[in-house]
Design a protein around this ligand. Structure first.
Ligand code: RB5
Length: 148
């Protein structure tokens, strides 16, 4: 299951992505927001990040206006590696090298076609492990040092 969330700035793109992913027979859980009223992105970013960190979802997708706020929020949660990406190359690298468990997109940056290509590139890629795992272990050590 993929958990997806947005603020008002990412709502339209989130809805387009939900339709795209559902058509690929992927199970999606939407945590909101569900209308265009102005809301605070940390609330929705935290919901998605906590579900992924707890193992309640395999991975997550977050969308706000730029993706910046959502990526800052999600990366505060231990165990989360949220990647804000703007093209398919970054999306593939985010999985192959960083094993990103949350993909973050900007609803005011990307159109739906670009975003669907980016999400597909991320979902279809595989973590390479090896030297990259050692680097992820170092990130975990940083979390353990500061997240007590
Ligand atoms: C909301 O206007 C906007 O600040 C938000 O969607 C996001 O871009 C923040 O980083």
């Amino acid at each position: 299951m993929i958990v997806i969330g947005s603020d008002h700035g990412g709502l339209d793109l989130k809805e387009a992505l939900t339709g795209f992913l559902t058509a690929r027979n992927l199970q999606i859980t939407n945590v909101g927001t569900d209308n265009g009223d102005s809301v605070d992105y940390p609330h929705f970013g935290l919901k998605v990040a906590e579900m992924v960190a707890a193992g309640l979802a395999e991975c997550g997708i977050l969308v706000c206006g730029t993706g910046i706020g959502m990526s800052i929020v999600a990366n505060k949660v231990p165990g989360i590696r949220a990647a804000l990406v703007t093209d398919e190359f970054m999306a593939r690298m985010a999985k192959e090298h960083n094993n990103a468990n949350i993909l973050v997109l900007g609803g005011r940056v990307l159109d739906a076609q670009q975003a669907c290509g980016i999400v597909s590139a991320w979902l279809d890629a595989s973590f390479e492990g090896g030297r990259h795992q050692g680097r992820l272990n170092q990130i975990t050590e940083i979390e353990q040092k500061y997240c007590k």
